[in-house]
Design a protein around this ligand. Structure first.
Ligand code: SF4
Length: 149
């Protein structure tokens, strides 16, 4: 069983009000092998919404800002904790999360300049999952794995 990003399951919860359905993930959900979760919606953020990126402070602390300059760190942390709770309640230890997202990205995220550039790093939810022993794959890695669905 997997936790998967809702947008990969075809749910239009992205900042632009669209989804980004991934065949592998959609099939896993259809077969009852995955639970879709959108941390940003769990935090009460609407779709569409202004795009967000993570700014890393010198202290190493992460701040999430939207394109309008609003600090949404609290909401992103809240959504991540709610997503983790769902995974734990269901005993799920694997996730397939949307690449590059400030919530779901794993290994690579946008750099905080809203210019399309990426840097090494994890989204807030992906990081919390990893800290709690949940294996996180992006949809790109899931596509390459022959074991799916
Ligand atoms: S928070 Fe995750 S699931 Fe929700 S829209 Fe962003 S990438 Fe998709």
């Amino acid at each position: 069983m997997y936790v998967v990003s809702s947008c990969l399951a075809g749910i239009p919860c992205r900042y632009d009000g669209k989804s980004c359905a991934n065949k592998v993930v959609v099939e896993l959900v259809k077969q009852g092998k995955a639970v879709p979760v959108c941390p940003e919606q769990l935090a009460g953020l609407p779709a569409p919404r202004p795009c967000c990126e993570i700014l890393a402070e010198q202290s190493g602390k992460k701040r999430v800002m939207n394109a309008d300059g609003k600090d949404l760190t609290k909401e992103f942390v809240d959504g991540a904790q709610k997503a983790l709770r769902i995974a734990k309640e269901k005993g799920i230890t694997k996730a397939i999360l949307k690449s590059k997202s400030p919530s779901c990205g794993c290994g690579c995220i946008y750099d905080g300049t809203f210019s399309g550039k990426t840097i090494a790093g994890n989204g807030i939810t992906a990081e919390l999952f990893l800290e709690n022993g949940i294996e996180v794959l992006t949809e790109n890695e899931a596509d390459k794995q022959k074991a799916f669905p």
